[in-house]
Ligand binder design. Structure first.
Ligand code: FES
Ligand code: FES
Length: 149
C-alpha cells in the first residue's frame, strides 16, 4: 500500500502540486493533456506545460517559474510583458492569459538567444488557445513587451 501511494505521489503532475498543494494558481487547468497551453510556465527559463510533467521528472536543481514569479526575474513589480498586456488591455475573461504571457516571454527569450528580435513567424508558433479570441491584441502586446525586455 505504501509503495502504491509513493508511486502515485511521484506520478502526480506538477500542475496539481503547484495549484492544489502550493496554492500557486496562476497556471490554469484547461485540458491536462499539453494541448491548450493554459498551464504554460517556465522550467529553467523555457516554456513547458506542468500538466504534462510528473513531479518525478523534476530535478532538484530545476527552476520552475510561474506567472507569479515573472516580475522577480526582472526585479520589478511587473514584468515588461505584463505591463504591455495592461497597456494594450489584452485580457477578456483572462483565463488563458497567464499562459499567454509566459509563452510570450519564453518566445522573446528564444529569439534573443538566436540573436534576433521576435518576428511574426515566432508568434505563429505560439499555440496557446484563447476562447475569447484575443489573438490580435496578444500579438501586438508581445511585440510591445519585447521592446522592453
Ligand atoms: S492544461 Fe496544460 S496544456 Fe492544457
Ligand atoms: S481571455 Fe478568455 S480565454 Fe483568453
Amino acid at each position: 500500500m505504501g509503495q502504491l501511494l509513493l508511486h502515485t505521489a511521484v506520478e502526480v503532475r506538477l500542475l496539481w502540486v503547484l495549484r492544489d498543494l502550493l496554492g500557486v494558481t496562476g497556471p490554469k487547468y484547461g485540458c491536462g493533456l499539453g494541448v491548450c497551453q493554459a498551464c504554460t510556465s517556465h522550467i529553467n527559463g523555457k516554456a513547458f506545460n506542468p500538466c504534462s510533467v510528473p513531479v518525478s521528472k523534476i530535478a532538484p536543481d530545476d527552476e520552475i517559474t510561474t506567472i507569479e514569479g515573472l516580475p522577480a526575474t526582472v526585479g520589478k513589480d511587473l514584468h515588461p510583458m505584463q505591463e504591455a498586456w495592461l497597456d494594450l488591455d489584452v485580457a477578456q475573461c483572462g483565463y488563458c492569459q497567464p499562459g499567454q504571457i509566459t509563452a510570450a516571454v519564453a518566445k522573446v527569450r528564444q529569439a534573443a538567444a538566436d540573436g534576433r528580435e521576435i518576428e511574426d513567424r515566432d508568434l505563429d508558433e505560439i499555440r496557446n488557445i484563447c476562447r475569447c479570441g484575443t489573438y490580435t491584441r496578444i500579438r501586438e502586446a508581445i511585440k510591445a513587451g519585447a521592446k522592453n525586455m
